[in-house]
Design a protein around this ligand. Sequence first.
Ligand SMILES: Nc1ncnc2c1ncn2[C@@H]1O[C@H](COP(=O)(O)OP(=O)(O)OP(=O)(O)O)[C@@H](O)[C@H]1O
Ligand SMILES: C[C@H](N)[C@@H](CCCCCC(=O)O)NC(=O)O
Ligand SMILES: [Mg+2]
Length: 240
Amino acid sequence: MKSKGIFITATDTGVGKTEVAAALAAFIKNSRKFENVQLWKPVQSGVTMGDPEADSYRLLHGSGLDQKEEDIATYTFYQPLAPWIAAEREGKKIDYMKLVSEGHKRRMNSDFLIVEGAGGLIVPITQDKTIANLVTELSLPILIVGRAGLGTVNHTCLTISYARKLGLEVKGVVLNGYEDEADPSIEENITMIENFTDVPVIGKLPWLNVNNEEGINWELRRKKWIKTIHEHLDLKSIFE
Ligand SMILES: Nc1ncnc2c1ncn2[C@@H]1O[C@H](COP(=O)(O)OP(=O)(O)OP(=O)(O)O)[C@@H](O)[C@H]1O
Ligand SMILES: C[C@H](N)[C@@H](CCCCCC(=O)O)NC(=O)O
Ligand SMILES: [Mg+2]
C-alpha cells in the first residue's frame, strides 16, 4: 500500500521548504504518529553532497531521521540553477522517469513520505517536465510554503491557481518567517489568501534564531522547531 505523505513546494526558492520539511519530519518522528517517516529531495542544485548548506544535509540533521544523506537526495548538481539547466551545464541529464519510479517505491517503503521540491511548482526538471509534473505522477497532496510578509498574497494565490489547473490537491499554506509577532499584515495576508482561494493557511511560522557562529547545535534546533510546529501549525489536514 502507498504511504501517506506530502510534497512541500513554495512560492519561490529560498522561502523555507527545507526548514519546514525537516521540522515537520522531526515533529512526526517525535509524536510517533507514523513509524517510518522518510524525507526525499529528488533533485538539489547549488550545492555538493555533504556541504552543510546542502538541503540533503540540513534535511538529515534538521529532522534527526535515521536516513543517509546520500539516500535523501537522488540528484545533486553544483550550479545554483533550476535542475534541468544545472544538469545540462554539467553535461548530464536528469532521468525523469527514474524519479517517478523512485518516488513510487519510496511511498511503498515508508509510512509517511515528505518530499521537498526545488524552488516553486514550474521549475524545470528536464526540458519538458517540471516539479508540478512530478507531483502529479506521485499523486501526493501539496503544502505550499510562502513568505509571511508583503507580496505573498499574489505569489501564493498564483501558485494555488496553477496547482488547481493541474488537478493537484492543495492541503494548505504555511506562511514562513515573520519577525514581528504584532505585525498586522500577516493576519491580513491570511485573510486574503483564504478568501480568494478557499485553501486554509494552516499557520504562520516565526523567524527562529537557530544558527550561530560557533556552529549549529542540531539537537537544540530540532527541539525548538518541534515546539514551534506544535504551537503554530494545525497539521490535522496533513495527516488525513
Ligand atoms: N522560520 C525560519 N527561521 C529561521 N531561518 C529560516 C526560517 N525559514 C527559513 N530560514 C532560513 O532561510 C534560508 C532559506 O530557507 P530554505 O533553505 O529552507 O528555503 P527553500 O525553500 O528550501 O529553498 P530551495 O528552493 O533552495 O530549496 C535558509 O538559510 C534557512 O535556514
Ligand atoms: C538553487 C536553488 N537553491 C534551487 C533551484 C531553484 C530554481 C529556481 C528557478 C526559478 O524559479 O527561476 N535548488 C534547490 O532547491 O535544490
Ligand atoms: Mg530547500
